[in-house]
Design a protein around this ligand. Sequence first.
Ligand SMILES: C[S@@+](CC[C@H](N)C(=O)[O-])C[C@H]1O[C@@H](n2cnc3c(N)ncnc32)[C@H](O)[C@@H]1O
Length: 273
Amino acid sequence: MTTATAPAPGTDAGPLAARRIAGLGARARLCGLYDTLGAPLYQDLATYDDPETRALLAGVRTAPGPVLDLAAGAGRFTLPLLAGGREVTALDLSADMLGLLRAELAKAPAPMRSRCTVVQADMSAFDLGRRFPHVLLGTTSLSLLDADGRAGLYRSVLAHLADGGRFQLTALERGDDGPDETAARVTGTSGTAYELYEHWPAGATSRSVTLLPADPPADGGPVTVCTDRVGVIGLDVLEAELAAAGLTVLTRSLLTPPGERHRVTLLTTEATR
Ligand SMILES: C[S@@+](CC[C@H](N)C(=O)[O-])C[C@H]1O[C@@H](n2cnc3c(N)ncnc32)[C@H](O)[C@@H]1O
């Protein structure tokens, strides 16, 4: 597996998050964001009607045909694509995230369900034996791979792009000069409130994200604390990698307002002719 390796969860959080975890003592159940304990919390915070989803879906609408959704997770893009009549292959490494997707599919009408193929695989080395006019890698999930993993991803994507096919991916950069670490209270779809910490010093090559329920159970029971460290890849580095791999950037769209801490750019690429 070539996902950038994270240190043991919880050991790598920023100072504010580390203090919070230490305050929980033995109650803290440390996990990653996409594993058995973390996946439901991550998914509770997923958004569906947001600029990134709208931009990716608009890109897909430019041409007919099936879609390969990489790092699909619980189906933030897969589900609306299926609802819009597309055939979708949803690929993800995490059995837990795919379990959440399968649960959503089980509730969907049969024709929608029948258009979805769920694949558990590593996006940096996969072979589906077919090509797609659309390949997506959203949610800035490219940052989950190290340099070798990204090279494998570009190779795998090229082997799955149909003639004239488009590979859309989003990238994350720091867009402000705010504090190294932020702490926010956010509410999930279930109504549960969470504390979300991000430690990302300007110029750092990685950032850490920590998520835990804001109101731990009053009975003194365990508290799930998800922590992951993910890489940061500058747009200039990413574009150089894409060019070297044989992918030409056709368009760049900034998806976030200027000055926001999270600067998200959508790149639309095709195989270099
Ligand atoms: C930020 S989440 C995005 C999930 C979904 N696209 C969404 O927007 O909610 C990143 C996803 O990448 C998956 N992932 C991490 N490393 C991966 C790899 N090497 N290959 C495939 N999926 C991977 C995780 O399991 C997780 O579901």
